[in-house]
Design a protein around this ligand. Sequence first.
Ligand code: PMP
Length: 445
Amino acid sequence: MTSDESRRLYDRALSVLAGGVNSSVRATMPYPFFVQKGDGGHVVDADGNRYLDYVNGYGPLLYGHSPPEEVQAAVQKHSSQGPMYGAPTEIEVEHAEFVARHVPSVEMLRFVNSGTEATVSAVRLARGYTGRDKIVVMQGGYHGAQESTLVEGEGDHVHPSTRGIPQEFAQHTIPVPFNDTEAIIEVFQEHGDDIAAVLTEPILGNKGIVMPVDGYHETLRDLCDDFGSLLVFDEVITGFRVGGLQCAQGKFGVTPDVTTFGKIIGGGFPVGAIGGRAEIIEQFSPSGPVFQSGTFSGHPVTMAAGHAYLQYAAEHDVYEHVNALGEQLREGLTEICREQAPEYTVVGTDSMFKVLFTRDAPDEFEGHCDAGCTQREDCPRYELCPKTGADVAACDTERWERVFWQQMKEQGVFLTANQYESQFVSYAHTEDDIEETLDAYREAL
Ligand code: PMP
Protein backbone atom coordinates (compact mmCIF):
# COMPACT_ATOMS: atom_id res chain seq x y z
CA MET A 1 0.00 0.00 0.00
CA THR A 2 1.77 3.17 -1.14
CA SER A 3 0.99 6.59 0.29
CA ASP A 4 3.31 8.96 -1.58
CA GLU A 5 0.54 11.31 -2.66
CA SER A 6 -0.94 11.57 0.86
CA ARG A 7 2.51 12.33 2.20
CA ARG A 8 3.02 15.04 -0.43
CA LEU A 9 -0.36 16.60 0.36
CA TYR A 10 0.38 16.51 4.09
CA ASP A 11 3.67 18.33 3.53
CA ARG A 12 1.81 21.02 1.60
CA ALA A 13 -0.90 21.20 4.26
CA LEU A 14 1.61 21.64 7.06
CA SER A 15 2.70 24.96 5.51
CA VAL A 16 -0.76 26.49 5.41
CA LEU A 17 -3.00 24.65 7.91
CA ALA A 18 -2.29 24.41 11.63
CA GLY A 19 -0.97 20.90 12.16
CA GLY A 20 -1.88 20.15 8.53
CA VAL A 21 -5.57 19.62 9.36
CA ASN A 22 -8.77 21.46 10.21
CA SER A 23 -9.81 19.24 13.10
CA SER A 24 -7.14 17.89 15.40
CA VAL A 25 -8.39 14.28 15.48
CA ARG A 26 -7.61 13.95 11.76
CA ALA A 27 -3.85 14.27 12.27
CA THR A 28 -3.29 10.51 12.44
CA MET A 29 0.21 9.14 12.87
CA PRO A 30 2.64 9.24 11.17
CA TYR A 31 0.61 11.30 8.66
CA PRO A 32 -3.01 11.12 7.59
CA PHE A 33 -4.19 9.61 4.33
CA PHE A 34 -5.89 12.26 2.26
CA VAL A 35 -9.28 11.22 0.93
CA GLN A 36 -9.91 11.50 -2.78
CA LYS A 37 -13.54 10.35 -2.67
CA GLY A 38 -16.09 8.18 -0.95
CA ASP A 39 -17.81 5.22 -2.58
CA GLY A 40 -20.63 3.47 -0.72
CA GLY A 41 -19.15 1.93 2.43
CA HIS A 42 -15.59 2.77 1.34
CA VAL A 43 -13.28 5.75 1.05
CA VAL A 44 -10.53 5.98 -1.54
CA ASP A 45 -7.36 7.85 -0.67
CA ALA A 46 -5.20 10.11 -2.81
CA ASP A 47 -3.01 7.12 -3.75
CA GLY A 48 -6.00 5.06 -4.85
CA ASN A 49 -6.12 2.77 -1.77
CA ARG A 50 -9.63 1.67 -0.76
CA TYR A 51 -10.72 1.39 2.86
CA LEU A 52 -13.89 0.07 4.43
CA ASP A 53 -15.03 3.17 6.29
CA TYR A 54 -16.30 2.92 9.88
CA VAL A 55 -15.44 6.53 10.73
CA ASN A 56 -18.23 7.83 8.51
CA GLY A 57 -17.27 11.44 9.07
CA TYR A 58 -17.26 10.78 12.86
CA GLY A 59 -20.92 9.88 12.75
CA PRO A 60 -23.01 11.95 10.34
CA LEU A 61 -22.98 9.52 7.41
CA LEU A 62 -25.84 7.15 8.17
CA TYR A 63 -25.79 6.11 4.49
CA GLY A 64 -22.03 6.03 4.07
CA HIS A 65 -20.86 7.76 0.92
CA SER A 66 -23.79 6.86 -1.31
CA PRO A 67 -26.82 8.67 0.05
CA PRO A 68 -30.20 7.76 -1.45
CA GLU A 69 -31.15 9.49 -4.71
CA GLU A 70 -33.80 11.48 -2.85
CA VAL A 71 -31.06 13.06 -0.72
CA GLN A 72 -28.88 13.88 -3.70
CA ALA A 73 -31.82 15.40 -5.59
CA ALA A 74 -32.81 17.55 -2.61
CA VAL A 75 -29.24 18.81 -2.18
CA GLN A 76 -28.86 19.60 -5.86
CA LYS A 77 -32.19 21.42 -6.02
CA HIS A 78 -31.47 23.63 -3.04
CA SER A 79 -27.85 24.33 -3.94
CA SER A 80 -28.73 25.34 -7.50
CA GLN A 81 -31.56 27.65 -6.39
CA GLY A 82 -29.70 29.65 -3.79
CA PRO A 83 -27.95 28.27 -1.92
CA MET A 84 -29.04 30.58 0.97
CA TYR A 85 -30.89 33.82 1.49
CA GLY A 86 -30.79 35.36 4.95
CA ALA A 87 -34.56 34.87 5.01
CA PRO A 88 -36.57 31.86 6.19
CA THR A 89 -37.48 28.95 3.92
CA GLU A 90 -40.14 26.23 4.04
CA ILE A 91 -37.58 23.42 4.27
CA GLU A 92 -36.46 24.63 7.76
CA VAL A 93 -40.04 24.39 8.98
CA GLU A 94 -40.52 20.98 7.41
CA HIS A 95 -37.33 19.60 8.97
CA ALA A 96 -38.23 21.02 12.40
CA GLU A 97 -41.74 19.54 12.16
CA PHE A 98 -40.28 16.14 11.37
CA VAL A 99 -37.89 16.20 14.34
CA ALA A 100 -40.57 17.46 16.70
CA ARG A 101 -42.92 14.71 15.53
CA HIS A 102 -40.43 11.92 16.27
CA VAL A 103 -38.20 12.90 19.20
CA PRO A 104 -40.08 12.57 22.51
CA SER A 105 -38.68 15.67 24.26
CA VAL A 106 -38.81 18.04 21.30
CA GLU A 107 -41.66 20.46 20.66
CA MET A 108 -39.60 23.22 19.15
CA LEU A 109 -36.08 23.72 17.77
CA ARG A 110 -33.39 26.18 16.85
CA PHE A 111 -31.03 25.04 14.09
CA VAL A 112 -27.35 26.02 14.19
CA ASN A 113 -24.23 24.95 12.30
CA SER A 114 -22.30 22.50 14.46
CA GLY A 115 -22.61 20.34 17.52
CA THR A 116 -20.38 22.80 19.35
CA GLU A 117 -22.69 25.68 18.53
CA ALA A 118 -25.62 23.60 19.74
CA THR A 119 -24.08 22.88 23.14
CA VAL A 120 -22.83 26.47 23.58
CA SER A 121 -26.36 27.70 22.93
CA ALA A 122 -27.92 25.01 25.13
CA VAL A 123 -25.74 26.03 28.07
CA ARG A 124 -26.60 29.71 27.56
CA LEU A 125 -30.27 28.77 27.26
CA ALA A 126 -30.21 26.74 30.48
CA ARG A 127 -28.51 29.58 32.33
CA GLY A 128 -30.93 32.14 30.90
CA TYR A 129 -33.98 29.99 31.67
CA THR A 130 -33.03 29.11 35.25
CA GLY A 131 -31.14 32.28 36.21
CA ARG A 132 -28.34 30.02 37.53
CA ASP A 133 -24.70 29.66 36.43
CA LYS A 134 -23.46 26.20 37.33
CA ILE A 135 -23.53 23.25 34.96
CA VAL A 136 -22.72 19.62 35.69
CA VAL A 137 -20.88 17.59 33.03
CA MET A 138 -19.53 14.04 32.90
CA GLN A 139 -15.80 13.39 33.15
CA GLY A 140 -14.80 12.07 29.74
CA GLY A 141 -17.94 13.49 28.15
CA TYR A 142 -17.42 15.72 25.13
CA HIS A 143 -19.61 18.60 24.03
CA GLY A 144 -17.47 20.21 21.38
CA ALA A 145 -14.81 22.90 21.50
CA GLN A 146 -16.60 25.18 23.94
CA GLU A 147 -15.39 27.14 26.97
CA SER A 148 -17.83 25.87 29.60
CA THR A 149 -17.28 22.16 29.06
CA LEU A 150 -13.56 21.90 28.22
CA VAL A 151 -12.71 21.33 31.86
CA GLU A 152 -11.14 18.55 33.85
CA GLY A 153 -10.51 17.63 37.46
CA GLU A 154 -12.94 17.39 40.33
CA GLY A 155 -14.00 19.03 43.56
CA ASP A 156 -11.97 22.18 44.21
CA HIS A 157 -9.47 21.29 41.49
CA VAL A 158 -11.46 21.88 38.34
CA HIS A 159 -9.54 23.69 35.60
CA PRO A 160 -9.76 24.30 31.85
CA SER A 161 -8.45 21.37 29.81
CA THR A 162 -6.77 23.64 27.25
CA ARG A 163 -4.78 26.85 27.17
CA GLY A 164 -6.81 29.89 26.25
CA ILE A 165 -9.77 29.45 28.60
CA PRO A 166 -9.88 31.64 31.72
CA GLN A 167 -10.03 29.74 35.01
CA GLU A 168 -13.28 31.60 35.76
CA PHE A 169 -15.13 29.51 33.21
CA ALA A 170 -14.17 26.30 34.97
CA GLN A 171 -15.46 27.64 38.27
CA HIS A 172 -19.02 27.29 37.00
CA THR A 173 -18.60 23.71 35.78
CA ILE A 174 -18.83 20.61 37.95
CA PRO A 175 -17.46 17.43 36.34
CA VAL A 176 -18.69 14.13 37.82
CA PRO A 177 -17.94 10.52 36.88
CA PHE A 178 -20.53 9.06 34.48
CA ASN A 179 -22.68 6.32 36.03
CA ASP A 180 -21.76 7.30 39.59
CA THR A 181 -25.08 7.82 41.35
CA GLU A 182 -23.57 8.73 44.72
CA ALA A 183 -21.36 11.42 43.19
CA ILE A 184 -24.23 13.19 41.43
CA ILE A 185 -26.44 13.06 44.53
CA GLU A 186 -23.64 14.63 46.58
CA VAL A 187 -23.14 17.39 44.02
CA PHE A 188 -26.85 18.21 44.09
CA GLN A 189 -26.90 18.19 47.88
CA GLU A 190 -24.12 20.74 47.91
CA HIS A 191 -24.92 22.90 44.86
CA GLY A 192 -28.44 21.90 43.74
CA ASP A 193 -29.99 25.36 43.95
CA ASP A 194 -27.21 26.83 41.77
CA ILE A 195 -27.26 24.18 39.04
CA ALA A 196 -28.72 25.39 35.75
CA ALA A 197 -28.26 22.08 33.94
CA VAL A 198 -26.83 18.61 33.87
CA LEU A 199 -25.31 18.05 30.45
CA THR A 200 -24.61 14.46 29.42
CA GLU A 201 -24.30 12.28 26.37
CA PRO A 202 -26.87 9.48 26.88
CA ILE A 203 -24.03 7.09 25.93
CA LEU A 204 -20.42 8.28 26.21
CA GLY A 205 -19.26 8.21 22.61
CA ASN A 206 -16.07 10.25 22.77
CA LYS A 207 -14.42 8.47 25.66
CA GLY A 208 -16.34 5.34 25.07
CA ILE A 209 -18.39 3.63 24.21
CA VAL A 210 -19.79 3.65 27.75
CA MET A 211 -23.42 2.67 28.22
CA PRO A 212 -25.44 4.01 31.15
CA VAL A 213 -25.96 1.61 34.05
CA ASP A 214 -29.54 0.77 34.90
CA GLY A 215 -31.28 3.71 36.52
CA TYR A 216 -28.53 6.32 36.04
CA HIS A 217 -30.45 8.56 33.64
CA GLU A 218 -33.55 8.19 35.81
CA THR A 219 -31.54 9.48 38.78
CA LEU A 220 -30.39 12.48 36.74
CA ARG A 221 -34.00 13.12 35.71
CA ASP A 222 -35.26 12.96 39.31
CA LEU A 223 -32.52 15.22 40.68
CA CYS A 224 -33.11 17.82 37.98
CA ASP A 225 -36.84 17.75 38.72
CA ASP A 226 -36.29 18.05 42.46
CA PHE A 227 -33.92 21.00 42.17
CA GLY A 228 -35.41 22.85 39.18
CA SER A 229 -32.38 22.20 36.96
CA LEU A 230 -32.59 21.27 33.28
CA LEU A 231 -31.54 17.86 32.03
CA VAL A 232 -29.75 18.31 28.71
CA PHE A 233 -29.03 15.23 26.59
CA ASP A 234 -26.26 15.82 24.09
CA GLU A 235 -27.44 13.58 21.27
CA VAL A 236 -24.98 14.93 18.72
CA ILE A 237 -23.73 11.37 18.17
CA THR A 238 -26.70 9.29 19.32
CA GLY A 239 -29.40 11.41 17.67
CA PHE A 240 -31.01 9.42 14.81
CA ARG A 241 -28.28 6.79 15.29
CA VAL A 242 -29.32 5.03 18.51
CA GLY A 243 -33.00 4.30 19.08
CA GLY A 244 -33.90 5.10 15.45
CA LEU A 245 -35.98 8.22 14.88
CA GLN A 246 -36.74 8.53 18.60
CA CYS A 247 -33.03 8.81 19.38
CA ALA A 248 -31.36 7.51 22.56
CA GLN A 249 -33.94 9.21 24.77
CA GLY A 250 -36.61 7.05 23.17
CA LYS A 251 -34.52 3.91 23.60
CA PHE A 252 -33.88 4.61 27.29
CA GLY A 253 -37.33 6.04 28.02
CA VAL A 254 -35.96 9.13 29.75
CA THR A 255 -37.13 12.52 28.55
CA PRO A 256 -34.65 15.38 28.86
CA ASP A 257 -35.72 19.04 29.00
CA VAL A 258 -33.36 20.02 26.21
CA THR A 259 -31.61 17.97 23.52
CA THR A 260 -28.66 18.98 21.39
CA PHE A 261 -28.26 17.48 17.92
CA GLY A 262 -25.62 17.55 15.19
CA LYS A 263 -24.15 15.09 12.69
CA ILE A 264 -26.96 12.96 11.17
CA ILE A 265 -29.60 15.68 11.45
CA GLY A 266 -27.73 17.61 8.72
CA GLY A 267 -27.42 14.74 6.24
CA GLY A 268 -23.65 15.14 5.95
CA PHE A 269 -23.59 18.95 5.93
CA PRO A 270 -22.55 21.25 8.82
CA VAL A 271 -25.34 21.33 11.39
CA GLY A 272 -26.43 21.52 14.98
CA ALA A 273 -29.77 21.98 16.71
CA ILE A 274 -31.20 22.63 20.14
CA GLY A 275 -34.61 21.13 20.81
CA GLY A 276 -36.93 20.89 23.77
CA ARG A 277 -40.18 22.02 25.34
CA ALA A 278 -41.59 25.12 23.69
CA GLU A 279 -41.53 27.23 26.88
CA ILE A 280 -37.76 26.64 27.12
CA ILE A 281 -36.75 26.93 23.45
CA GLU A 282 -38.85 30.10 23.12
CA GLN A 283 -36.41 31.77 25.51
CA PHE A 284 -34.10 32.15 22.49
CA SER A 285 -34.19 35.51 20.74
CA PRO A 286 -36.22 36.92 19.11
CA SER A 287 -39.09 35.36 21.10
CA GLY A 288 -37.10 35.42 24.37
CA PRO A 289 -34.22 37.13 26.16
CA VAL A 290 -31.39 34.63 25.43
CA PHE A 291 -29.47 35.92 22.40
CA GLN A 292 -28.83 33.37 19.68
CA SER A 293 -28.10 33.98 16.02
CA GLY A 294 -26.25 32.66 12.93
CA THR A 295 -25.76 33.65 9.29
CA PHE A 296 -25.82 30.06 8.09
CA SER A 297 -28.29 28.63 10.62
CA GLY A 298 -31.05 26.59 9.01
CA HIS A 299 -29.07 26.58 5.74
CA PRO A 300 -31.45 25.36 3.02
CA VAL A 301 -29.01 22.78 1.60
CA THR A 302 -28.34 21.34 5.04
CA MET A 303 -32.02 21.33 5.94
CA ALA A 304 -32.90 19.61 2.66
CA ALA A 305 -30.20 16.98 3.11
CA GLY A 306 -31.09 16.34 6.75
CA HIS A 307 -34.80 16.16 6.03
CA ALA A 308 -34.35 13.79 3.07
CA TYR A 309 -32.02 11.63 5.22
CA LEU A 310 -34.58 11.22 7.98
CA GLN A 311 -37.56 10.93 5.66
CA TYR A 312 -35.82 8.08 3.83
CA ALA A 313 -35.06 6.36 7.15
CA ALA A 314 -38.73 6.68 8.12
CA GLU A 315 -39.81 4.91 4.93
CA HIS A 316 -37.14 2.20 4.58
CA ASP A 317 -35.38 -0.49 6.60
CA VAL A 318 -32.40 1.75 7.40
CA TYR A 319 -32.21 1.21 11.16
CA GLU A 320 -33.01 -2.50 10.87
CA HIS A 321 -30.13 -2.87 8.40
CA VAL A 322 -27.45 -0.90 10.26
CA ASN A 323 -28.43 -2.31 13.65
CA ALA A 324 -28.37 -5.89 12.35
CA LEU A 325 -24.91 -5.34 10.88
CA GLY A 326 -23.83 -3.71 14.16
CA GLU A 327 -24.95 -6.83 16.00
CA GLN A 328 -23.22 -9.15 13.51
CA LEU A 329 -20.03 -7.16 13.99
CA ARG A 330 -20.21 -7.05 17.80
CA GLU A 331 -20.99 -10.77 18.01
CA GLY A 332 -18.10 -11.58 15.68
CA LEU A 333 -15.74 -9.36 17.65
CA THR A 334 -16.87 -11.00 20.87
CA GLU A 335 -15.98 -14.39 19.45
CA ILE A 336 -12.56 -13.15 18.32
CA CYS A 337 -11.82 -11.60 21.71
CA ARG A 338 -12.92 -14.77 23.48
CA GLU A 339 -10.25 -16.68 21.55
CA GLN A 340 -7.48 -14.14 21.15
CA ALA A 341 -7.83 -11.35 23.72
CA PRO A 342 -10.10 -12.30 26.63
CA GLU A 343 -9.08 -9.11 28.46
CA TYR A 344 -10.65 -6.91 25.76
CA THR A 345 -14.24 -5.68 25.92
CA VAL A 346 -16.62 -5.32 22.99
CA VAL A 347 -18.93 -2.35 23.47
CA GLY A 348 -21.63 -0.56 21.56
CA THR A 349 -25.28 -0.70 20.63
CA ASP A 350 -27.37 -0.24 17.49
CA SER A 351 -24.86 0.79 14.80
CA MET A 352 -22.10 1.95 17.21
CA PHE A 353 -19.19 -0.34 18.09
CA LYS A 354 -15.72 -0.44 19.56
CA VAL A 355 -13.30 -2.94 21.07
CA LEU A 356 -11.90 -1.50 24.28
CA PHE A 357 -8.39 -2.64 25.11
CA THR A 358 -9.23 -3.25 28.74
CA ARG A 359 -6.48 -4.94 30.73
CA ASP A 360 -8.17 -7.56 32.91
CA ALA A 361 -9.75 -10.82 31.88
CA PRO A 362 -12.47 -12.36 34.05
CA ASP A 363 -11.43 -15.50 35.95
CA GLU A 364 -13.77 -17.54 33.87
CA PHE A 365 -14.32 -16.13 30.44
CA GLU A 366 -17.87 -16.77 29.34
CA GLY A 367 -18.01 -14.12 26.67
CA HIS A 368 -19.35 -10.61 26.56
CA CYS A 369 -22.93 -9.42 26.46
CA ASP A 370 -24.58 -11.03 23.45
CA ALA A 371 -24.90 -7.92 21.33
CA GLY A 372 -22.65 -5.25 22.68
CA CYS A 373 -22.48 -4.00 26.19
CA THR A 374 -25.73 -3.00 27.79
CA GLN A 375 -24.35 -2.80 31.32
CA ARG A 376 -26.58 -5.66 32.35
CA GLU A 377 -25.74 -6.90 35.79
CA ASP A 378 -26.05 -10.51 34.65
CA CYS A 379 -23.32 -9.98 32.05
CA PRO A 380 -20.24 -12.05 32.93
CA ARG A 381 -18.10 -8.99 32.29
CA TYR A 382 -20.27 -6.54 34.23
CA GLU A 383 -17.64 -5.82 36.88
CA LEU A 384 -14.88 -5.31 34.30
CA CYS A 385 -16.87 -3.36 31.72
CA PRO A 386 -15.93 0.35 31.72
CA LYS A 387 -18.47 2.49 33.56
CA THR A 388 -16.72 5.87 33.35
CA GLY A 389 -14.51 7.88 31.04
CA ALA A 390 -11.61 7.19 33.41
CA ASP A 391 -12.14 3.44 32.98
CA VAL A 392 -11.73 3.88 29.22
CA ALA A 393 -8.69 6.12 29.67
CA ALA A 394 -7.09 3.26 31.66
CA CYS A 395 -7.19 1.00 28.58
CA ASP A 396 -4.11 0.18 26.51
CA THR A 397 -4.54 3.33 24.41
CA GLU A 398 -0.94 3.21 23.13
CA ARG A 399 -1.47 -0.16 21.53
CA TRP A 400 -4.60 1.08 19.78
CA GLU A 401 -2.97 4.18 18.35
CA ARG A 402 0.53 3.00 17.53
CA VAL A 403 -0.06 -0.58 16.48
CA PHE A 404 -3.63 -1.75 16.06
CA TRP A 405 -5.07 1.19 14.13
CA GLN A 406 -2.18 1.06 11.65
CA GLN A 407 -2.59 -2.69 11.19
CA MET A 408 -6.29 -2.29 10.43
CA LYS A 409 -5.52 0.50 7.98
CA GLU A 410 -2.93 -1.68 6.25
CA GLN A 411 -5.67 -4.28 5.81
CA GLY A 412 -7.97 -1.70 4.27
CA VAL A 413 -10.20 -0.90 7.26
CA PHE A 414 -10.53 2.72 8.38
CA LEU A 415 -11.33 2.97 12.10
CA THR A 416 -11.24 5.98 14.42
CA ALA A 417 -7.58 6.56 15.15
CA ASN A 418 -7.76 6.54 18.93
CA GLN A 419 -9.18 4.24 21.56
CA TYR A 420 -11.82 6.77 22.58
CA GLU A 421 -14.06 7.60 19.66
CA SER A 422 -16.97 5.49 18.56
CA GLN A 423 -17.15 3.79 15.16
CA PHE A 424 -20.23 3.47 12.99
CA VAL A 425 -21.81 1.00 10.58
CA SER A 426 -23.57 2.63 7.63
CA TYR A 427 -26.48 1.65 5.38
CA ALA A 428 -23.96 1.18 2.56
CA HIS A 429 -22.21 -1.66 4.40
CA THR A 430 -23.05 -5.29 3.64
CA GLU A 431 -22.78 -8.59 5.51
CA ASP A 432 -19.73 -9.38 3.36
CA ASP A 433 -18.11 -6.12 4.46
CA ILE A 434 -18.65 -7.14 8.07
CA GLU A 435 -17.07 -10.55 7.48
CA GLU A 436 -14.09 -8.89 5.78
CA THR A 437 -13.78 -6.53 8.73
CA LEU A 438 -13.88 -9.40 11.21
CA ASP A 439 -11.08 -11.15 9.28
CA ALA A 440 -9.00 -7.99 9.60
CA TYR A 441 -9.65 -7.77 13.36
CA ARG A 442 -8.76 -11.44 13.74
CA GLU A 443 -5.47 -10.86 11.95
CA ALA A 444 -4.61 -7.62 13.80
CA LEU A 445 -5.52 -8.89 17.25
N1 PMP B 1 -21.26 16.78 21.33
C1 PMP B 1 -20.90 15.52 21.09
C2 PMP B 1 -21.50 14.42 21.92
C3 PMP B 1 -19.99 15.22 20.08
O1 PMP B 1 -19.64 13.95 19.86
C4 PMP B 1 -19.45 16.28 19.30
C5 PMP B 1 -18.46 16.03 18.18
N2 PMP B 1 -17.95 14.79 18.03
C6 PMP B 1 -19.85 17.58 19.58
C7 PMP B 1 -20.76 17.79 20.60
C8 PMP B 1 -19.33 18.72 18.80
O2 PMP B 1 -19.86 18.71 17.51
P1 PMP B 1 -19.10 19.46 16.33
O3 PMP B 1 -17.82 18.76 16.11
O4 PMP B 1 -20.07 19.36 15.18
O5 PMP B 1 -18.91 20.87 16.76
